[in-house]
Write a protein that binds this ligand. Sequence first.
Ligand code: NAP
Length: 278
Amino acid sequence: MDGRVCLVTGGNAGIGEATAAGLARQGADVSIVSRDAARGEAAAARIKAATGRRVQVIPGDLGSLAGVRALAERVHDALPRLHVLVNNAGLLATERRETPDGFELTFGVNHLAPFLLTNLLLDRLVESGTARVVNVSSALYARGALDFEDLQMEKGFDGFKAYARSKMCNVLFTRELARRLEGRGATANSLHPGVVRTGLADDAKGLVGRGMRLVKPLLTSPAKGARTSIHLAASHDVATVSGAYFVNCKPRKVTRYARKPEHARLLWTVSERLTGLI
Ligand SMILES: NC(=O)c1ccc[n+]([C@@H]2O[C@H](COP(=O)([O-])OP(=O)(O)OC[C@H]3O[C@@H](n4cnc5c(N)ncnc54)[C@H](OP(=O)(O)O)[C@@H]3O)[C@@H](O)[C@H]2O)c1
């Protein structure tokens, strides 16, 4: 990975931090996005201690469209070249909240933010030559058939369902992005990292929160959870693979719903409108 420039969102904790460390260990020039400067610098110090490599922290809040646009500008200024974008940041919210733009928070942070960020960085990625976009989804995507009439889940909010739908968005976004990148020397793939011991469900309330906290000690380590992200970002084996979904570093067929191109295209068009790209 010598000379490869990588950007990892949510790189200040959990799977993202482990992904950044793994890529740095392979010689990449890694930057992490963190919405909190102190948490970002603390992660950079841990990565430096573990790998001997310096990691740059780029401040960025994915919780609003303005935050994503400001982040994209900072990335353009800080990174004249960009080879790998790992859209890893995400959350699970058990109560319905809205972003300042009026989007349901899970949909906004887990889908619209990486959608907009990727599109704003696409030229930089493509001009770098052999670029890769890696989208961290979840196996729960399979339970997240979308309701295009109610993407903001205004009716009958269910945090678990909102999370599953946002992860379906990650898979559909990846497939449509891969289609649009054909012939441009760049790839896009998504993945399930495993069930990993991180802070993802620490604030979750109700049954989901209690269940996650109960099983947390038994879960996979962040280092193992980062393996598939690192594989997709770095391995020669997947240099030309695009539009696929990976589990344990291997491609896995997605559900019939996720394979329908009309779902991916519709989500793309709606997301373009919601993020102000068109
Ligand atoms: N853990 C699992 O079992 C599991 C399973 C399947 C998929 N995943 C996916 O893996 C990815 C990483 O999650 P994780 O398990 O490592 O959880 P985590 O430890 O909670 O890390 C999530 C990261 O996302 C960042 N983030 C959240 N909201 C943000 C915002 N508005 N702006 C910028 N950054 C924001 C967090 O930053 P802060 O520290 O500032 O909050 C943190 O760095 C997520 O996409 C998640 O859906 C996880």
